[in-house]
Design a protein around this ligand. Sequence first.
Ligand code: CUA
Length: 398
Amino acid sequence: MGRLISLRHPTLRKTAALGLAAIAFLGCTGFQMSGPQSTLLTEGPVARMQTDLFYLTLWVTLFIFVAVGGVLAYAQIKFRAKPGDDDTPPDQSHGHPLIEIGLIVGSTLLLVIIAIPTVKGIAYQEDTPDRENALVVRVTGYQWWFKFEYPELGLVTANEMVIPTNRPIHLELRTIDVIHSFWVPRLAGKKDLMPNRANHMWLQADQPGYYWAQCAEYCGESHANMKFRVVSLDPTDFEAWTKRQLADARTVDATAAPASGAQPAAGTVVRDAGASFDVSPLAHWQAMQVEPAAGSEDAALIARGHELFKTKSCNACHAVKGHDAMGNIGPDLTHFGSRTTVAAAMLDNTSANLHLWLTDPNGVKPGNIMWKQGYVGYNIQLTSADVDALVAYLLSLK
Ligand code: CUA
């Protein structure tokens, strides 16, 4: 061996500096990986299997990197040209059969270590366990939102998929237009929604929670704005949610005493779920399910909004069960007021954000059909007072 490797050597100094810079960069950019769409914080068996596989692959490849890099660095330092060496090339030899065979066997072994759990994992994520007991949800991708149908329960919702905990959810993946991709990072890896092809996957949530999700396949102008949420609930809470969803849309009694200044306060516009919301998103979701106290809403304004919903042809594209609205081009809005987000999870569902969405849909989600076909195509025009009434109506739909 001779001399010890010391940091005085320029190659080593450069390598060490580069390594430190990389660590500092990762440290500065929030390496903790705890964001709402982190794939490393798993909350269900499918995501757990996939993350385990990721780490196994990471350790094996890290071992290869260190072993190969170490030998390479050693050889470069040990056999580098030294002052006073002559220029004649060293003796040329053909190699070392034992080392070559050893490397082939070693590499194959490492591949096998990765391949066995990979193949097992693929089979695991393809086969929904306990298929008879699994809840079927049909997911349909639209440019740019998600429809969720529960064929066994006979209900439909949009942009918020609610599921029971500890029960496999069998997802039938469909698309109405282009390729989209269904991705709930903390629950399961992504899978494409393909035109003319029936895809499926499954996922399961360990405990009640609120999960961020995202279309993960480029699908046009507002691909990045095609998000959704998944809410997992205890079976009893899920049953209660199911009952509420099956009911017709809520009707506010217009003969009730007029509320004084009861219109929801126009808060600040929050893009992408603000900090206060993130403290406890599930508690926020639960609060959204509660009907407002009797008399706390402006019944006359809501009634006007309901009327506008028909006269402005909103009902041609949107369904509101029990309210003479049966359109099926846009999201079903029967229980819109109980959802936490607007415009495929682009905005928190607040009156200010809803006002923004109805006033300038193209600014929130460029190219969307409501704007393109409705506002531009059919020249739908809403005054600020119209929007106020529609906002009150939509938020009353618990
Ligand atoms: Cu849908 Cu990207």
